[in-house]
Every structure is written in C-alpha cells, then in structure tokens.
Ligand binder design. Structure first.
Ligand code: NAD
Length: 346
C-alpha cells in the first residue's frame, strides 16, 4: 500500500517536473518557470507574415500574440485573419512600438530586412532593449552581419535576456509550408533547446551552429553560393534558349546531370519551366533583389575582414547591385537575373 503510494507520488512528481522543464508545457518559460502569456513578432513581410502565422497556429491555444511592423497593411492583415476569438478581443494585439512588444511578450521573434533595421528596432527610441529583462527569449531571424548579431546578443545578455541569431533558408515557400532551415547561433546549448520548440513551428531543420553570430556565418556563406548559382543557372538557361533548346527540356536534363543545383531544380529562373516559381509569376514576391545585393555585400565584407578570396562572390555582388539600383528590377525576385541577361545583354 505504502509502496504503491510512493510509486504514484514519485510518478506524479516526475510528471510535474517534466511539465515545468518543458518550455511549451502550459507554455512556461524554461529559466524562470513563469507562464508565457504573449508571444511577440516584429517584421511581418514576405517571410515574417507566413512565419508569424505558423507560430500563431502552433501556440494559439497556449498564448496570446502581439505584432509590430511599420507597414500597417501587413499587421491589419494578420489581425483580420487571426483576432477572431469573440471571448478574447485581445488575442492578437498590434503594438505601437517594439518597446510595447517587449513589455507584453516574453518570447519574441524579429524578421527584419537588414542590420540597420535590427539596430533601430532593438536599440532605437522605444526599442526592444528598453523593455527586456530576465524573463525574455529573443530570436532574430533576419540575415544581418555577424558583428551586429554578436552585439545584439552581448547587450541583451547584459540585461539578463536570452538572445539567439536564427537566420533562415528555404524562401517564402518554406516560410509558408513551415519547412525552413534555421541556422542558430546561441551562447549555450540550453538557450538553443529553449528556442527550439518555437522555431520548430516555423521550420523543419533547426541546426545549432555554435556561439552567437555563427548562425549568420552559415547563412551568409549559403547565400553567397545561392547568389552565384542563380547567375550561373540564368546564364546557362539563356545560352541554351538562344541556341534553340526548349527551356523545360534543358532544365530537365540539367536536373538529372552534373549541372544540377537548387536554382536549376527548385527555383528555375526561366519563366514557364516551373509552375509555381517566382519566374513564372513575373518575378513577384520571393526574395527581393536588394536583399540578395545586401547578402552578397555581407559576404564580400566578411571576405575582406578575414582576407578570404571570393572572386565569383564579388562579381555576383556587382550584378545584383546593378539590378537592385534599376527601377524596373529593384522590386523583383533575385531570379530576375535571367530576365536581365535575356533582355539587356543582347
Ligand atoms: P521584407 O522586406 O518582405 O519584410 C521585412 C518587413 O520588416 C517589412 O514588413 C517591413 O515593413 C518590416 N520593417 C522594416 N523596418 C522595420 C522597423 N523598423 N520596424 C518594424 N518593421 C520593420 O523582407 P523578407 O523577404 O521578409 O526578408 C526578411 C529577412 O529574411 C531579410 O533579412 C532577408 O535577407 C531574410 N530572408 C529572406 C528570404 C526570402 O526569400 N524573402 C529568405 C531567407 C531569408
């Protein structure tokens, strides 16, 4: 009798302990055990909007939401789609500033274009930093330079908050499907494990890259290769078409041959080769030209700092810079490199 009580009691203690240890059980914050009442998301653009939607859908039964973006159109869309609970009119709130997000939410994701936007949102007037403390976990998924990521982490750590850099790969399709790859830089493995359940709602591969800033290292290297391979695929497709080859047939052959790469197989830049590609929908949406130009700038700057040779990376940067500075191209997806080559380089 006593023995069976002891077993039951031990089991129930173990259940309680497991519940407190899990960052999503009753949605409690792992370090303090305090309840996560609200999750915040800042930057609901091409990537952020579908990511925030997946995060919301994953946690809506356990926590409320607060969002912020300087573009009211995108916050209104999110609000209209998700603030539908008649018993909780504040299920989703739109913040007036990043500071308000920090004051209301303990788990925060940011998804911003570049380093200067991250600097403004974190360190600017009414920025996140003013409201952050020990109860916060902040995950920055923007692609920015390694030094800004380490600066953000250092300052947040000094305030007692947890901070990770978690840039992503997988494009807008991956953001919508919740299949992104997250490249995570974090101070400790424990911080990584605390962040993981949230990232898993938005991605399929959550990879620990080492200390803060290392997520950005992986991301910058990946995107330098992507930028180069997209130009190489565009040159190849343009050459084949001009030599009289059917583009779908050529792409099919490349994709079962040694020339195959992500740009040829998943995101072919030639219109009509794939039904759902940015190329087939007039290069709209997707990964904007200025963002690719920015990522190659990050790579080339890092190469200068580390005395690395990046001949093709530097050449690719020149081409994306030209396209990003051209009014017809600046709002197009980066795969419009094919359009540039086929229309301009005659
Ligand atoms: P985007 O320009 O579509 O979205 C950025 C959002 O941030 C916009 O809604 C904008 O209004 C908002 N914003 C800008 N400044 C702000 C501020 N000060 N405060 C609040 N909100 C602000 O960009 P995106 O395509 O979603 O990319 C976001 C990040 O993800 C970039 O760093 C990009 O390099 C990276 N990324 C993009 C893709 C892609 O395919 N688009 C893929 C992987 C990684």
């Amino acid at each position: 009798m006593i023995a069976s009580f002891l077993i039951r009691s031990t089991q129930s203690k173990a259940r309680v302990a497991t519940k407190l240890a899990s960052p999503i059980a009753g949605l409690r914050f792992k370090s303090t055990g305090s309840k996560v009442k609200r999750i915040g998301f800042i930057g609901l653009g091409n990537m952020g909007l579908p990511m925030a939607t997946n995060l919301y859908n994953g946690f809506k039964d356990q926590a409320d939401f607060i969002i912020y973006d300087i573009n009211q159109k995108t916050t209104s869309t999110f609000l209209k789609d998700h603030n539908t609970d008649p018993n909780n009119k504040d299920k989703v709130k739109v913040a007036k500033s990043p500071l308000e997000v920090a004051q209301e939410a303990t788990i925060i994701v940011t998804m911003l274009p570049a380093s200067q936007h991250v600097e403004g949102v974190y360190f600017g007037k009414d920025g996140l930093l003013e409201g952050l403390g020990e109860k916060h976990l902040v995950m920055d998924a923007s692609t920015i330079d390694q030094s800004m990521a380490t600066r953000v982490a250092k300052v947040l750590h000094e305030k007692g908050a947890r901070a990770i850099d978690a840039p992503v790969s997988g494009g807008t399709g991956g953001a919508q499907a919740g299949t992104l790859t997250f490249m995570v830089g974090s101070r400790t493995n424990e911080d990584f494990e605390t962040a993981k359940p949230y990232l898993e709602k938005m991605g399929k591969n959550i990879v620990y890259c080492g200390t803060n800033g290392n997520g950005q290292v992986a991301k910058i290297c990946n995107n330098m290769l992507l930028g180069i391979s997209m130009i190489a695929t565009s040159e190849t497709m343009n050459l084949g078409v001009r030599m009289g080859m059917d583009p779908k047939l050529l792409a099919g052959i490349l994709n079962t041959s040694s020339g195959r790469c992500w740009s040829s197989e998943v995101y072919n830049p030639c219109p009509g080769v794939q039904e759902n590609s940015a190329a087939t929908r007039g290069y709209t949406g997707g990964f904007g030209m200025p963002l690719m130009a920015k990522d190659l700038r990050l790579a080339v700057n890092a190469a200068v700092e580390t005395k690395s040779t990046v001949l093709l990376g530097a050449l690719a940067q020149q081409l994306y810079n030209q396209m990003a500075a051209n009014k017809e191209y600046e709002h197009l997806d980066f795969s419009a490199a094919y359009k540039w080559l086929s229309e301009n380089a005659k």
